[in-house]
Design a binder for this molecule. Structure first.
Ligand code: KIV
Length: 266
């Protein structure tokens, strides 16, 4: 049982204190990020890109997700551990449930699934098994081929209406948390205010209940040499990685990150 629970996160949302989340893939970085005060560690399938060097998250397997979850668990100091279910988990409900069991047994406290209202059935089944779900909306990287690239979502009113409806449906189905990626800042705030569960944003503006960044991005490391607009390099002005993690947590908590320059307009 981590120190940070769903009750902690609900309390932070209600009090207006922002939630700080970072990706982590191994024990050493998990220890550094959790010791710096990040309430949540995400074993993102972004590991397919930042650790394995693929050009998308699609090749990642559940065995790899479980392996990195177990590594993070060993270094974690009290943060809640959230693990992505990879692309291939979506082939059937049974496979998704089996894959959730694998990552929970490896040390996750919550699983993250990409998708909208159609996730209602797995969310209900997982809740019956005692597994909290974070639903990932907006730019869902596993659908990069459908989107035609890593593009901002929800700029057109029809898309924005769909995202609002999906968020409400996912909350009603029993999702414990939402993650909103690359949507206009105004929509990020609107959705966060429309639901009672915590909403974590990445490229969704300052109005969400918390923020997440891919660890490599916020440390200024990138295979392509180009950082997305929503990223800030927290190594600047720091003499080490521990300082960068602490600066990130502080900036999320005091509201100085993300700034207007990190957000998207409608
Ligand atoms: O895989 C991941 O790291 C993620 C973040 C981009 C939120 O889903």
């Amino acid at each position: 049982m981590p120190d940070v629970t769903l009750t902690t996160l609900q309390g932070l949302k209600q009090s207006g204190e922002k939630i700080a989340m970072l990706t982590a893939y191994d024990a050493t970085f998990a220890q550094a990020a959790s010791a710096a005060g990040a309430e949540m560690l995400l074993i993102g399938d972004s590991l397919g890109m930042v650790l394995q060097g693929h050009d998308s998250t699609l090749p990642v397997t559940v065995e790899e997700m479980a392996y990195h979850t177990a590594c993070v668990k060993r270094g974690n100091q009290g943060a809640m551990i959230v693990t992505d279910l990879p692309f291939a988990s979506g082939t059937s409900l049974q496979r998704l449930l089996d894959d959730a069991v694998k990552v929970m047994q490896a040390g996750a406290h919550m699983v993250k699934l990409e998708g909208g209202a159609w996730l209602a059935e797995p969310i209900v089944r997982l809740a019956q098994m005692g597994v909290p779900v974070c639903a990932h909306l907006g730019l869902t990287p596993q659908s990069v081929n459908l989107f035609g690239g890593f593009k901002v979502q929800g700029r057109q009113e029809t898309q924005a209406r769909q995202l609002r409806a999906d968020a409400i449906a996912l909350e009603q189905a029993g999702a414990a948390m939402l993650l909103l990626e690359c949507v206009p800042s105004a929509l990020g705030q609107e959705i966060s205010e429309a639901v009672k569960i915590p909403v974590i944003g990445i490229g969704a503006g300052p109005g969400t209940d918390g923020q997440v960044l891919v660890m490599h991005d916020m440390l200024g490391l990138s295979l392509s040499g180009r950082a997305p607009k929503f990223v800030k390099n927290f190594m600047q002005g720091q003499d080490g990685i521990q300082g960068a993690f602490a600066a990130y947590v502080k900036a999320v908590k005091d509201g100085s990150f993300p700034g207007p320059e990190h957000g998207f307009s409608a």
